[in-house]
Design a protein around this ligand. Sequence first.
Ligand SMILES: Cc1ncc(COP(=O)(O)O)c(C=O)c1O
Length: 490
Amino acid sequence: MDARREMSAGTQEDSLDPKDWAAMAALAHRIVDDGFAHMETLRERPAWRDLPPEIAAVFTGPPPRDPQPLGEVLETVTETVMAYPMGNNHPRFWAWFMGAGNMTGALADFIAAVQASNLGGGKHAASLVDQQVVDWLRQMVGFPETASGTLVSGGSIANLIGLTVARNVKAGVDIRELGVGAIEKPLRFYGSDQLHSCHRKAVETLGLGNRALRRIPSDADWRLDVSALRRAIAEDRAAGFRPACIIANAGSVNTGSIDDLNALADLAAEEDLWFHVDGCIGALIAIALRHRDIVDGLARADSLALDPHKWLHAPFDVGCCLVRDAAAHRKAFVTSAEYLATSERGLASGAWLYELGLQTTRGFRALKVWMALKEHGVDKFGRLIDQNIDMAHYLSHLVDREPMLTLTAPTVINIVCFRFDPGGLDEQALKALNTEIMLRLQESGTAVLTDTTLNGRHSLRAAICNHRTRYDDLDLVVGELVRIGRGLLA
Ligand SMILES: Cc1ncc(COP(=O)(O)O)c(C=O)c1O
């Protein structure tokens, strides 16, 4: 007893657990009730609104030294965080390309946090859930049983994982031991000029440099030009480069275009290149019964990045990389640390999931995917994807019908690019006009669209990855858009 007193310097034993469990549980029930009320009335609230300076000011200042009752902290969260959301769960949010979340996923995140398991691995149920979700995703996109995969924070890291395996397999040297400096001929990766920016970050992070990623022009439909790629590969070989990997878009971020996956898989096989598919947007179309042909060839990839936090609407964040050659996948990341030895029995006798990626500690992000898939079934998610694609075609029809609006790219999946074009304006004036329309739509809280530039043409862009959107929302936004545009011209 004396030793304890001496060694604790006379302080009281303490922990972070509530002193009054019942009181905290009551508060937790309130959080759930408020969360459900918030979601039930979401449609009535603005899709986005700007933060006043006094709200922004709440998030400045030093770390708190003194305690504050949790009820008060919660009140601040309600008045600030919950009152000024990004808005991506709102029915009329079609910016960039995001999922809209779902309540089962939110509850799953709470349960996962209560359990607080570390998905670095080990023998416990959460680890089996993680492995099952990877296996379900594998089956949903038609990858072989022998493939492996890992859940990561999102598409950017999923692509990085796939491209890391590609680099290591195709480097021609033991790159993990010797580093990129030992590669005899500089590696070349190929993708279209429509690749997501995360691929640039990936090749830079992999030590290959941005120039190692050769962007091949896309054709009139924003698909990688396969003949141009074939020529580029030959040119690079002749110039002393080592062509290593083709990256295909299954859903490009600007327009939703889908590269010719079968032609690219054929070319990769012919040229002995790794075939990576960025399916962050479109891979899950494989479960949409009416549109799945659009992504035919997807399952031929050596590696595939997909994003359950987009079209499965898992609350952020969760992405997934699947790799056809499980041994190559593991070989790219496995390490042997004496403090992470496997044992015959006990907690360390389960799979080490950290050996399939960059993280050691991993969160239990699988549960939100697992619970929502069990609750609704894969086919429901497929139908919702079909519904979003149908809605995008309906929006394109509304645009086509409206003389003041013009489509700026073909609508293939759920992304619609268009602009307000009354005629007679130059590009600069059109950009200023459409930007103002976009901002007014956002600031009025009506809807959130974003913009892009296609072959020098500034365009508004609606990416309908949203299970709450209704056809009426599309009618309303097109009406508002035209009204704002006309008003600006007056
Ligand atoms: C085609 C494509 N690839 C990769 C990413 C990156 O995914 P994440 O934002 O989940 O990291 C995105 C994001 O929208 C994307 O559209």
